[in-house]
Design a protein around this ligand. Structure first.
Ligand SMILES: Nc1ncnc2c1ncn2[C@@H]1O[C@H](COP(=O)(O)OP(=O)(O)OP(=O)(O)O)[C@@H](O)[C@H]1O
Ligand SMILES: [Mg+2]
Length: 348
């Protein structure tokens, strides 16, 4: 059973990244709460939302979990009472390169009105399909609370951090970054207000993306803060809207479309997912979730219907586990290649 004294003892060897002395000594532990297996901490740092914070976060969670904490909640706040020993060099750099005016990187956000319609599945498979067609692709799991991309792609590695740069993890030739990489197991990380946008900004500015043709962003469902932040941060970002064929889903998805249009973001088109079930034995299609929701939404927003993806699961390979990635030879893999070709055509 962890006590306050024990937690302090465990944290005291960890250095404050800006003050270069023990976290305990530097007074960065602002609050400490212990309840059964849960340890909650509020930590003050001179700079928040930085790679240094991410590293510190990983260190703290690891130490506490190794000592028996079941879950760890961390909150960070900016410290105004002290000054950093030295400015992190990352903060002095100019505009991040993939965001710069003359960057040729196309940003495509994958949005939906409702949750669970297959945004993440579509993001992952479109990214893989674009890479299979020879494009240089990055994938940002912008679902900061509900991150799922690493699990879906079977990523077990963590990004490498060198100095103040983060190197994305490569899987199926796609460079991936996700909040999942910066939390231990399922430890909750509590992001508030501006921190969210800051985290997202770090995914652009602190991550070493290299030269990319496309960056896909898997957005959280709905038209909330993150979606708005993305629209603000990436004025050039285009959008793909995912819906199921059900009338209600399509109706709700229209809101995501309206938001894109209001904020002057081009909607590349609609992906209708879970469109039908096709019998392997007879080839007959059954429209189990309704029909034509995607088509009607496309008409309503006056944008193309990019594809209709049937129900189906990828083959599960024990030796190369990626539960949501369809192989190139899978019929659904072929649907994604077709959509990727359309997207390449439309973004030429
Ligand atoms: N075409 C499909 N056929 C069968 N299952 C699918 C298909 N597309 C997605 N799924 C499954 O549906 C579930 C939801 O998909 P996914 O996580 O991609 O949705 P989401 O819109 O990202 O959800 P959330 O709103 O929670 O982020 C997953 O279990 C996924 O494997
Ligand atoms: Mg998702």
């Amino acid at each position: 059973m962890l006590t306050e004294e024990k937690v302090i003892e465990l944290l005291s060897p960890i250095q404050d990244p800006y003050l270069h002395k023990s976290m305990v000594e530097s007074g960065s532990i602002r609050e400490l709460k212990i309840k059964e297996g849960y340890v909650g901490l509020k930590i003050g740092l001179v700079h928040t939302g930085t790679p240094e914070q991410m590293q510190l976060q990983q260190q703290i969670v690891q130490v506490l979990k190794n000592a028996g904490a079941e879950s760890v909640g961390l909150r960070f706040e900016k410290r105004e009472d002290v000054e950093a020993e030295q400015q992190p060099s990352g903060q002095q750099q100019g505009a991040p390169s993939i965001l710069s005016e003359n960057s040729k990187t196309e940003f495509i956000a994958i949005a939906s009105g409702k949750g669970g319609v297959g945004k993440s599945t579509v993001s992952v498979n479109l990214a893989v399909a674009l890479a299979r067609l020879g494009k240089k692709v990055g994938l940002i799991d912008a679902d900061i609370y509900g991150f799922s991309v690493p699990d879906m792609m079977g990523i077990t590695e963590r990004p490498k951090v060198k100095g103040d740069r983060i190197f994305p993890v490569e899987r199926f030739d796609v460079k991936v970054i996700s909040m999942a990489f910066f939390v231990e197991d399922n430890a909750p990380v509590i992001w508030r207000g501006p921190m969210l946008g800051k985290m997202l900004m770090n995914f652009f500015s602190e991550v070493e993306w290299g030269d990319l043709d496309y960056v896909l962003l898997d957005l959280p469902p709905g038209t909330g803060d993150v979606a708005l932040d993305v629209h603000k941060m990436l004025p050039k970002c285009k959008e793909v809207i995912v819906t199921t064929p059900h009338a209600t889903a399509a109706f709700v998805a229209a809101r995501a479309g309206t938001m894109a249009i209001k904020t002057n973001h081009e909607v590349l088109g609609i992906v209708e997912n879970m469109s039908y079930f096709q019998s392997e034995s007879t080839g007959e299609k059954e429209y189990v979730f309704g029909k034509d929701g995607g088509k009607r939404l496309a008409e309503e927003l006056n944008v193309p219907l990019l594809g209709q993806i049937p129900l189906g699961q990828p083959e599960i390979k024990e030796d190369d586990f990626a539960p949501s990635v369809y192989e190139l030879t899978h019929p659904i893999g072929e649907h994604y290649i077709q959509m990727a070709k359309t997207i390449i055509e439309k973004t030429k």
